[in-house]
Design a protein around this ligand. Structure first.
Ligand SMILES: Nc1ncnc2c1ncn2[C@@H]1O[C@H](COP(=O)(O)OP(=O)(O)OP(=O)(O)O)[C@@H](O)[C@H]1O
Length: 237
């Protein structure tokens, strides 16, 4: 059974003003699905629809029972008054995590991501990349079955990028599914199992890279080549 089944007929921010239309997909256990599209295509709106944050929506979004998911927003969000450790304690309390286990995992993650020395500081004062890392740690601490990640690579240095890729690989091996929106197509091409290509609020292609190559009639094309063709084709319509 899929972790999530999405069948959005239409969704938008105002009545009768649809931003996305006919978006259908599912995410299986252990799968990494890339949500790709130009600026303003409707990626964040799709993500917000999954999170129940869109008021005007028609369609059906079904999750497996008891699914716990973590959402990583494009721009990190922190409480002004709390240190990173206090954020971790807060998430642990809300999620009812067992103290010894979560503290051990938090320590490991803080060490791996080199935030240990800063864990008693307020993340709003961190650099952009450090904030991304802090958000990722907060997401991973709950052992979610599904990650919904909006543009994770912004601000990450090469070491942090490598660590991030290793972390998501580890989470996939644990069985977690991941929906990741990104503009970094060469990385997406290497790591994603499947792609959803969205343009002007429509799903213009979905499937594996080979499926999309087939659709574009570019048997050796890169994800970027296919993306370029699909976006151009649709712009001239
Ligand atoms: N809160 C909002 N209220 C009204 N319209 C919005 C809102 N957020 C986004 N939109 C509009 O919805 C459309 C799709 O935006 P969305 O943020 O989903 O695109 P995106 O694919 O995530 O783009 P980007 O790659 O630039 O982040 C755009 O035309 C945008 O102006």
């Amino acid at each position: 059974m899929s972790l999530i089944d999405v069948a959005i007929q239409s969704a938008g921010y105002e009545q009768k003003k649809e931003i996305i239309k006919d978006i259908d997909f599912s995410i299986e256990k252990g799968e990494l699905v890339g949500l790709i599209g130009p600026n303003g295509a409707g990626k964040s709106t799709t993500i917000k629809s999954l999170l129940g944050l869109i008021e005007h929506i028609e369609g059906k979004i079904s999750y497996i029972e008891d699914l716990n998911y973590s959402y990583l927003p494009e721009r990190p969000i922190f409480y002004d008054e709390l240190t990173l450790w206090e954020h971790l304690d807060f998430v642990a309390a809300v999620e009812g995590l067992e103290e010894k286990q979560y503290k051990q995992k938090a320590n490991e993650l803080l060490n791996q991501y080199k935030l240990w020395d800063y864990a008693h500081e307020n993340p709003t004062k961190y650099s952009k990349g450090m904030q991304q890392k802090a958000m990722l740690i907060l997401a991973m601490i709950t052992n979610p079955f599904l990650y919904i990640i909006d543009e994770p690579f912004m601000g990450l240095d090469p070491n942090a990028m490598k660590l991030f890729l290793e972390s998501i690989e580890m989470e996939r091996n644990r069985g977690a599914g991941i929906l990741m929106s990104t503009h970094v197509l060469d990385t997406a091409e290497k790591i994603c199992d499947r792609f959803l290509i969205i343009h002007n609020g429509h799903l213009v292609a979905k499937g594996t890279l080979d499926d999309i190559r087939g659709l574009c009639q570019l048997p050796d094309g890169s994800l970027y080549d296919c993306f370029h063709l699909l976006a151009e084709d649709n712009e001239s319509e």
